[in-house]
Design a protein around this ligand. Structure first.
Ligand SMILES: CCCCCCCCCCCCCCCCCCCCCCCC(=O)SCCNC(=O)CCNC(=O)[C@H](O)C(C)(C)COP(=O)(O)OP(=O)(O)OC[C@H]1O[C@@H](n2cnc3c(N)ncnc32)[C@H](O)[C@@H]1OP(=O)(O)O
Ligand SMILES: Cc1cc2nc3c(=O)[nH]c(=O)nc-3n(C[C@H](O)[C@H](O)[C@H](O)COP(=O)(O)OP(=O)(O)OC[C@H]3O[C@@H](n4cnc5c(N)ncnc54)[C@H](O)[C@@H]3O)c2cc1C
Length: 663
């Protein structure tokens, strides 16, 4: 039997309707159809071929990506693709490039922070790609600390202009994607200075390059910051460095939704909170949560298919060896990641709906839910990217030696993915934002009832004193037992931190002193959100034979895996006894055996094409070994029998040895 037969047999074991599960994963039939159509469009077009990428040099790779982006733009126009379709098209092309910044950051920043007049002027230009923009916030010396940025925007009364300047080397903009070679414009974050007074950091639209010949404009120095981690991965993107030498822009190019500067040089703060200027980051963080489920599902799909094909040990009487997926240790490493991919998918859907709600409230000038939305996006961005980055690396290890080959698809995926833990808010810094929100919520509880994701803090009294009543492993198969355990753990960790901070004379000092505990408490809060969202999702109608049941199993796997992994928290906060923690682990192992027959069908439900996976190990047909052999034969080193350099550098050594032997 070969891999092809193994996967065919595995698919027969499935206990649920795979087509219906594809719809549940996608969110709706329409969403499934759009993504499926775009996946096939990309997979079947030779322009989007990507197997040669690992062998290209930086310049060729960059040019190749520009070519694909241009062709994609042509397709978007020729086929009249919708915004949603265009997004999926970019996703399946699978090469980071300047259009990510254009659509994920530049356009949203104009939409969210521009005045109506500015939107009328700039959005049509950006949406038709007559200008290409980037988001230039981070500098050489400051990324996380936005208020510490050094670039200045000084108002000049006489000319009614801002003068954008990089006063120090460390003020150089550093990192923005697409900025080095492609972007014609940037939203530049700089310190606003009027008559020597500093008015905080604001965004300004600055042109970097000529729209005629693409040359840099006077006063602008721009270039690439150099190769990044991994070979292909993120090196298709021209992350840039940018300096300004007193570049002048008209006053009306400061983004003016949140605050304005009048022609008299008066600074006017409108009635919206200044944090709205951070709105672009909040919306991209939500996209990043959604991206996490895609990246993790991709790695899990590869590792699961390969684990069903790979056999090691356990052959009796000349029979086949054991599929490595049948080893309990393999299952205990793989299945929680499979469950996490689903959990992250559902929490990203929920986060999207939370943002839609916040957007509608903002229109109506209701800013009350902004802090919660910020805490949720920051925390979930941190939780999901950290787990996904670790998960991809675990999948590589689950594939043994072959996982280390570029042709497995996993090293490049990892290299592409890890910066997600850093960009758009470094993960620890983001968790500390969650902690601020939680500590503040607790401190305000005497006069303000917590709502939304923090509402459980309002039930503090019972949660502080209850004990878990689980007596058997089966008792853990109960959503309310699980939610109660996660709520209790979170509340006790948060209250403990809050009480200890309160003992400090200076609260900020207390917060800093307890920051490691606060990060753990924030993680507990965010895990509660993910677990509860999964449970809530299962309360909705989910059509298709066996689909809901399979998702229920995954939901329990996700929750009990976290409980097992963090049992120290659950035990230390006194909610669980060690016996109850051990029963949870027993149940978890039983659940793994329920996942086992469905594993291949579950990863098929992600509907990933072979083109998207770009993995010999994760091929849909399972034809792994012949294709691995074929891929190896194609390596440029195998072009000739005697490789370049052998005669020059190896033969002389061999001949010298011969000479010595004669002596
Ligand atoms: C095999 C190969 C595979 C290849 C695959 C390729 C696939 C390609 C597919 C493409 C598909 C597209 C999908 C991809 C996803 C999109 C990716 C796009 C590319 C991303 C590139 C990254 C871009 C960036 O990184 S931009 C820079 C981001 N920078 C940051 O995030 C900076 C982080 N810092 C901050 O956010 C803040 O400064 C912060 C939060 C640390 C606050 O600091 P501080 O407290 O000093 O701030 P204050 O200003 O004083 O705030 C006080 C007050 O406000 C609250 N607050 C802060 N932020 C917010 C907010 N956003 N909203 C609301 N409130 C906020 C803060 O908590 C304080 O509250 P208090 O109550 O006063 O305490
Ligand atoms: C691939 C990639 C693409 C990017 N694209 C863009 C882009 O398009 N536009 C843009 O503007 N930027 C971009 N960035 C920059 C990115 O947003 C920043 O790197 C990120 O926000 C982190 O900031 P930092 O580099 O200053 O990290 P730092 O804040 O210097 O982090 C260093 C360490 O210090 C710790 N630390 C920092 N502050 C605290 C604190 N208060 N308490 C405890 N620990 C702390 C962190 O946890 C971390 O361990 C990109 C970065 C990458 C890697």
């Amino acid at each position: 039997m070969e891999g092809v037969d193994y996967l065919r047999d595995e698919r027969k074991k499935s206990e649920f309707d795979v087509e219906a599960m594809k719809v549940a994963w996608a969110g709706s039939r329409e969403a499934f159809q759009v993504s499926d159509r775009m996946a096939k469009l990309v997979a079947n077009d030779p322009v989007f071929e990507k197997f040669s990428k690992p062998t290209l040099g930086r310049k060729e790779m960059f040019k190749n990506t520009l070519r694909k982006a241009a062709y994609a733009w042509k397709l978007i126009n020729d086929l009249h693709l919708t915004e949603e379709e265009a997004k999926w098209l970019r996703h399946y092309i699978d090469e980071p490039n300047y259009t990510d910044l254009q659509w994920e950051m530049f356009v949203p920043a104009l939409e969210g922070q521009g005045s109506e007049e500015q939107k009328r002027k700039w959005l049509p230009l950006a949406q038709t790609m007559q200008i290409i923009g980037t988001y230039a916030q981070t500098e050489l010396a400051h990324g996380s600390n936005v208020q510490g940025l050094e670039t200045t925007a000084t108002f000049d009364h006489e000319t009614d202009q801002f003068v954008i300047h990089s006063p120090t080397l460390t003020s150089s903009k550093w990192w923005p994607g697409g900025m080095a070679k492609v972007a014609t414009h940037a939203i530049v974050y700089a310190r606003l200075i009027i008559d020597g007074h500093f008015y905080g950091v604001h965004g300004f639209i600055v042109q970097l390059r000529s729209l005629e010949d693409h040359s840099t404009l006077p006063g602008i120095t721009v270039g690439d910051i150099g190769m990044k981690f991994g070979h292909g991965a993120y090196n298709t993107m021209d992350n840039g460095v940018l300096r300004f030498d007193r570049v002048r822009i008209p006053r009306n190019q400061m983004l003016m939704r949140v605050s304005q500067v009048t022609k008299e040089g008066k600074y006017v703060q409108s009635d919206v909170p200044r944090q709205l200027a951070y709105g672009t980051m909040v919306s991209v963080r939500q996209t990043i949560v959604s991206d996490a489920s895609k990246a993790l599902s991709r790695a899990v799909c590869i590792a699961t298919r390969y684990s069903a094909i790979r056999r090691q040990f356990g052959s009796h009487d000349g029979g086949p060896e054991t599929q490595v997926i049948d080893y309990k240790t393999q299952q205990s490493r793989l299945f929680p990641l499979l469950a996490s991919a689903f959990a992250f998918r559902f929490v990203s859907e929920w986060l999207k709906s939370l943002q839609t709600d916040v957007k509608q409230r903002l229109e109506a000038k209701d800013f009350s839910t902004l802090p919660e939305a910020h805490a949720c996006t920051a925390g979930l961005k941190s939780l999901t990217t950290a787990a996904t980055a670790d998960g991809i690396e675990e999948c590589r290890k689950l594939c043994g030696g072959h996982g280390y080959l570029i042709s497995s698809g996993l090293p490049e995926l990892y290299a592409y993915y890890v910066p997600a833990c850093t960009y758009e808010g470094e993960n620890v810094v983001m968790m500390l934002q969650v902690a601020r929100f939680l500590v503040k919520t607790v401190s305000e509880m005497s006069y303000k009832q917590p709502v939304g994701t923090a509402d459980y803090l309002g039930r503090m009294a019972p949660l502080m004193h209850n004990n878990c009543d689980v007596q058997t492993a089966e008792d853990w198969l109960n959503p309310s037992a699980i939610v109660k355990a996660f709520e209790t753990r979170a509340v006790r960790m948060i209250v403990d931190c809050s009480q200890r901070i309160a003992k400090f004379e200076n609260q900020e000092e207390g917060f800093a002193e307890l920051s490691t505990d606060l990060v753990e408490a924030s993680l507990a809060h965010c895990q509660l959100i993910v677990v509860s969202t999964f449970i809530q999702r299962l309360k909705q109608e989910i059509p298709g034979k066996g689909v809901k049941q399979s998702l229920e199993v995954l939901c329990y796997v996700y929750a009990l895996y976290l409980l097992h992994k963090h049992q120290g928290d659950f035990l230390a906060t006194g909610y669980l006894t060690s016996k109850q923690a051990s029963l949870a682990n027993d149940q978890l192992k039983t659940l793994y055996s329920k996942v086992r027959p469905n594993a291949i069908a579950l990863v098929d439900s992600f509907n990933h094409t072979d083109h998207y996976l770009s993995s010999v190990l994760g091929r849909y047909d399972g034809n792994v070994y012949p294709k691995l052999y074929e891929a190896a034969r194609k390596d440029p080193l195998n072009d000739s029998d005697i490789a370049d350099g052998i005669n020059q550098y190896v033969q002389p050594i061999l001949k010298q040895k011969l000479h010595l032997a004669k002596l």
